[in-house]
Design a protein around this ligand. Structure first.
Ligand code: ZN
Ligand code: ZN
Length: 143
């Protein structure tokens, strides 16, 4: 699929964003950090570029990544690498959620709590598998 334009906003409207993505399906992260931050699994759209407007509060949640929320209403909006690469926007904040067709993958499935489950046969990767894949990708990008 070719790149397409993605826009969205937070609950109060103070933060808006524009992004480009090659994906038309969302990824779901079940890690304990996402659950704590979002109140549930992270529903995200992997993007190539991200331009934000408004009062984003960036929180450095690990040594390699940070998470962005609206500093007025607290809506969880973004995840990205410290260097700005690999931005992801939350699916719930999209202006046009109908552009997304289902789920492309589940990650950190080994950290998913038992009180919910998702239907469907999208690939389910453990944290270890995700990190290994990511390292491979980074190497390919450096080469
Ligand atoms: Zn807001
Ligand atoms: Zn996560």
């Amino acid at each position: 699929m070719s790149d397409h334009h993605v826009t969205g906003r937070c609950l109060c409207g103070a933060v808006t964003y524009e992004a480009t993505s090659e994906h038309d399906a969302i990824g779901i992260c079940h890690c304990t950090d996402c659950l704590r931050w979002m109140g549930g699994p992270f529903h995200g759209v992997d993007c190539k570029t991200l331009k934000t407007d408004g009062p984003v509060l960036w929180y450095r949640s690990s040594d390699h990544a940070e998470r962005g929320s609206c500093s007025k209403c607290g809506t969880a909006l973004f995840w990205k690498m410290i260097d700005g690469s690999h931005p992801t926007v939350t699916a719930g904040s999209l202006d046009a959620p109908e552009a997304m067709n289902g789920i492309k993958s589940h990650i950190f499935i080994d950290q998913k709590p038992g009180y919910y489950d998702f239907k469907g046969d999208a690939p389910r990767l453990t944290g270890e598998e995700v990190i290994a894949l990511f390292m491979e990708q980074m190497k390919a990008e450096d080469a």
